[in-house]
Design a protein around this ligand. Structure first.
Ligand SMILES: *Cc1c(COP(=O)(O)O)cnc(C)c1O
Length: 346
């Protein structure tokens, strides 16, 4: 096996402006009680829920590079997008606050789940607390119109807005996960841990693309499995993953990862993006009660549901450790009160 080259991956990132806003490296630790309960491969967790930015999450790593670019371009303000309960929007609001940028968030409400708490609590509450200006719109068409209006107004005022796409998922944002790949490989080397698989929720694909590009650049044999939590159309999502991997590899001048390494697991989306599933609820409870770790209802809960099912079905080699990338999202728990609050008071 060729030796890991994580140091050279780090060097590939050096030319890119970065704001160090995350608490990095995030911990990598075993999940002994969950592993014992399942009886499959040793399970480990990479704690990107602990990136430290206003309750943390995977968008923090992307924002280090996106905010670095915003500052380098002399932006006067930040604008970004998401669903009303977007973790990305909340971390963007926090990063903007920490760096002194005004922040506009355009949030869509067309998620097929509604309860009173979903409308006002969770990430939405935190967005307001963090001082972002919220523009709540029904759908993506209205969001695009809102963006045009904001850009027009800024232009008239002689101000330049830095636009961050949904989920922070362009090649610049994905650099945060190229960096995570190199951080993870260094931790594995120090622990003499040789994982076969890295599992993560996948949605706007910046996380998975960055990991794939970073691991490939370091010649790592770790296989990345992204669990689809967003797209009802697996084919177009697979094409989007190919594109973003190519753009990210081109940006850092490395070789794009081969197509057979691009793996998205479908079947755990349930009723759609942000719609709770039984399997998600059970996974959130199981991990909370066995490990004291809070997953989230929209992403990491569904990704963990896939992992639990795969281990129980004997689909993962019991000899090869598995690392679950915890991408954060626990504020979302408070927006899904009605489906998650169990009957434990009896
Ligand atoms: C955004 C998000 C994801 C998905 O990451 P992408 O880079 O958009 O694919 C996973 N988990 C959580 C908690 C998120 O907020």
């Amino acid at each position: 096996m060729p030796s890991p080259r994580e140091d050279s991956t780090g060097a590939l990132l050096e030319p890119f402006p970065r704001e160090t806003i995350g608490h990095l490296p995030t911990p990598l630790h075993p999940l002994p009680r969950l592993s014992a309960a399942l009886g499959g491969p040793p399970l480990w967790v990479k704690r990107d829920d602990c990136t430290g930015l206003a309750t943390g999450g995977n968008k923090t790593r992307k924002l280090e590079y996106l905010m670095g670019a915003a500052r380098a371009e002399g932006a006067d303000g930040i604008v970004s997008f998401g669903a009303l309960q977007s973790n990305h929007a909340r971390q963007t609001a926090a990063a903007a606050a920490a760096l002194g940028f005004p922040c506009d968030l355009i949030l869509v409400t067309n998620v097929n789940y509604h309860e009173p708490a979903w409308e006002v609590s969770g990430n939405r509450l935190l967005d307001e607390l963090l001082g972002a200006k919220l523009h709540i719109v029904p759908d993506e068409v209205a969001a695009a119109q809102c963006l045009q209006a904001l850009l027009g107004r800024a232009n008239e005022a002689g101000k330049q807005l830095y636009v961050i796409p949904t989920g922070g998922s362009n090649a610049v944002g994905a650099l945060g996960y190229v960096n995570c790949a190199s951080e993870l490989l260094a931790q594995c080397q120090a622990l003499e841990l040789r994982p076969g698989t890295l599992v993560s929720a996948t949605s706007s694909l910046g996380t998975q693309s960055g990991l794939l590009v970073g691991l490939h650049a370091a010649r790592s044999p770790i296989r990345v499995r992204g669990v689809n939590t967003y797209s009802p159309d697996p084919e177009s999502q697979a094409q989007a993953l190919r594109r973003l991997c190519d753009e990210t590899a081109a940006l850092i001048g490395s070789e794009p990862p081969p197509s057979d390494s691009l793996c998205i697991e479908n079947g755990f989306l349930g009723g759609g993006y942000g719609v709770p599933s039984e399997a998600m609820q059970r996974a959130v409870e199981e991990v909370a009660r066995l490990e004291g770790i809070l997953l989230d209802p929209v992403y990491s809960g569904k990704a963990m549901a896939w992992l639990l099912a795969a281990v129980r079905a004997g689909r993962l080699n019991p000899e090869e450790p598995v690392v679950f990338l915890h991408t954060g999202g626990s504020p979302g728990l408070f927006a899904y009160q009605e489906c998650l609050s169990g009957d434990s008071t009896a």
